[in-house]
Design a protein around this ligand. Structure first.
Ligand code: UDP
Ligand code: MG
Length: 319
């Protein structure tokens, strides 16, 4: 979507029910980019908000030629809203992805741009602290990164890194070639490769509104991450099956020898039940894991578009 008159830099902002923070976000963004030395636009994506986020966005777009609005036809989730924003970013040089809730400070963007000017295609912002988050959330996040690191193989997921980052035009174009429905963005960002660098920053607590995450959603997010990143869990069944079979053979041998030597005083009903229940549980769990992958294959085979745009109001920035 680039044209000769397009701005050099696009800022993509997915937002769901962010009416309280958006005006403040826009003010801080414009202040942070005042001396950036390149023409920029900001692409606000309304992800089917149920409050007045769309009206606020359209107000900003009417009052500032640098603002664009993409309105999705319903809530599609952050990963897809982000993709919609990237699809509509007109930038010729680089695109920054940032949350609307001011947890990612816009003041960090000049540092991202500076690293990009040094020749890095992907400059990701890495959190120093997780202020305003409970120890439980911190611990689960740390565990998740450790598991992903083990399973990830060649693709390296930088820890303490969200979606807040800058990507060069060619990195964005590469990312936009990945059109899968199950969009684990951290995995996709890592998959494209290119020279990358981290810029460290302090993550602030949410400025207003509430997080859209709860533990159930985070659990599902982790499942999404693992299943769209690696097929390693599918192998668990193979090895568990092998172990069980070996155990069964050993047990049977012992049983035969004992019966031959001492006869068989019939007993052991409880242990039989325990073994049956255990194996039944393991089998169902393995079917569940296969099902997780099967469901994702099902979703991908439908080949639907990622999102539907209700309206696009472009920015009027010129390069
Ligand atoms: N968001 C979105 N669609 C959703 C949920 C969230 O576009 O369905 C946006 C939200 O408005 C915010 C960003 O994604 O700009 C991050 O969301 P949130 O702050 O809830 O996540 P957290 O910072 O807790 O990871
Ligand atoms: Mg947030």
């Amino acid at each position: 979507m680039t044209s000769p008159a397009a701005p050099a830099l696009s800022i993509v902002v997915p937002a769901y029910n962010e009416q309280e923070v958006l005006p403040e976000f826009h003010r801080r963004l414009a202040a942070a980019l005042a001396d950036i030395g390149m023409a920029w636009e900001v692409v606000y994506v309304n992800d089917g908000s149920r409050d007045t986020t769309l009206e606020v966005m359209l107000g900003l777009q009417a009052g500032d030629p640098r603002a664009a609005v993409v309105n999705l036809s319903r809530n599609f989730g952050k990963e897809i809203a982000l993709t919609a924003g990237l699809d509509h970013a007109r930038a010729t040089e680089a695109v920054v992805v940032i949350d609307a809730d001011l947890q990612d400070p816009p003041e960090v963007i000049p540092a991202l741009v500076a690293a990009w000017r040094e020749g890095f295609d992907v400059v990701y912002a890495q959190r120093n602290t997780r202020e305003g988050e409970t120890w439980l959330k911190k611990a689960t996040a740390a565990g998740f990164y450790r598991v992903m690191q083990r399973l990830g193989g060649k693709v390296h997921l930088p820890p303490d890194t969200g979606d807040f980052r800058l990507m060069s035009r060619r990195a964005v174009d590469a990312l936009l070639k990945l059109r899968e429905q199950h969009r684990f963005m951290k995995g996709l960002f890592a998959w494209i490769g290119f020279p990358s660098r981290a810029v460290r920053y302090d993550r602030a607590p949410r400025a207003a509104g509430t997080t859209k995450w709860n533990y159930w959603k985070l659990w599902n997010f982790s499942l999404e991450g693992i299943t769209s990143f690696t097929v390693a869990p599918l192998k668990v069944a193979t090895y568990l099956g092998l172990l069980t079979a070996i155990g069964a053979v050993l047990y049977l041998t012992q049983l035969l020898v004992r019966t031959a030597l001492y006869g068989n005083p019939v007993a052991g009903y409880p242990s039989l039940l325990a073994v049956v229940l255990f194996l039944g549980g393991v089998q169902m769990m393995m079917l569940g894991i296969i099902g997780e992958y099967l469901g994702r294959i099902f979703n991908e085979t439908k080949g639907r578009p990622l999102y539907i745009t209700e309206r696009y109001a472009p920015s009027r920035t010129e390069g």
